[in-house]
Design a protein around this ligand. Structure first.
Ligand SMILES: [Zn+2]
Length: 92
């Protein structure tokens, strides 16, 4: 299916890594793995995500969110310890 605002297909995924290439038409290159594609040539990309691609990307995003949350918790913990060490608050 073609997008109403351009000649790009509605969905477009890298044939090598499954990256969602929507919005990458100007570059003609996957930003994740560097594989070239031509939005006008249906043989250079997938119109549907390859098997397992969505789950792989979901896992990567969840891992990123987990790392971010752990970082935030550690920052708050260090702030609380610093405040306690300098007697601004009672030690937890
Ligand atoms: Zn790729």
């Amino acid at each position: 299916m073609l997008d109403a605002n351009s000649n790009m297909p509605g969905e477009i995924y890298c044939r090598k890594c499954g990256y969602d290439l929507r919005g990458q038409a100007a570059a003609h290159r996957c930003p994740e793995c560097g594989r070239e594609f031509d939005p006008a040539d249906f043989t250079t990309f997938f119109a549907q995500p390859p098997d397992g691609a969505r789950w792989r990307w979901t896992k990567r995003i969840l891992l990123g969110v987990l790392v971010l949350l752990v970082t935030i918790v550690l920052c708050f913990w260090n702030i609380i310890r610093w405040l306690a060490d300098h007697n601004y608050i009672e030690a937890p």
